[in-house]
Write a protein of this length. Structure first.
Length: 104
């Protein structure tokens, strides 16, 4: 599923994550019990995630699940670093100092 609508709800994102996680788990030939053992999540939690019944999930849970399927390093793609602007540098390539104005 490709999202083109910017108004997609967080719950729908989590349901899609759960469906995709199930596909990865099955492709890797992992049982829910094996995932539960590796992540310390309950079987009920995993069932609800994979069947679209879960609409809220902590970042910690998501990272545990990504680790199980070998995608832990991809967390950085959620909010990549912004490249530094060339305007931050003076013509001599030294970095400009931010000037803070005194509060009055």
């Amino acid at each position: 599923m490709i999202f083109t609508n910017r108004s997609i709800s967080p719950g729908e994102i989590i349901r899609t994550f759960g469906r995709r996680f199930r596909e990865y788990r099955m492709t890797l030939d992992l049982t829910r019990q094996q995932v539960a053992d590796q992540t310390c999540l309950s079987m009920t939690t995993l069932y609800k995630l994979e069947t679209g019944q879960m609409t809220d999930m902590s970042m910690q849970t998501m990272l545990k699940l990504l680790r199980v399927v070998g995608l832990y390093e991809n967390w950085d793609k959620l909010l990549p670093e912004i490249p530094e602007s060339p305007y931050l540098y003076k013509p001599d390539m030294t970095k400009r100092q931010r000037i803070r104005h005194k509060k009055t």
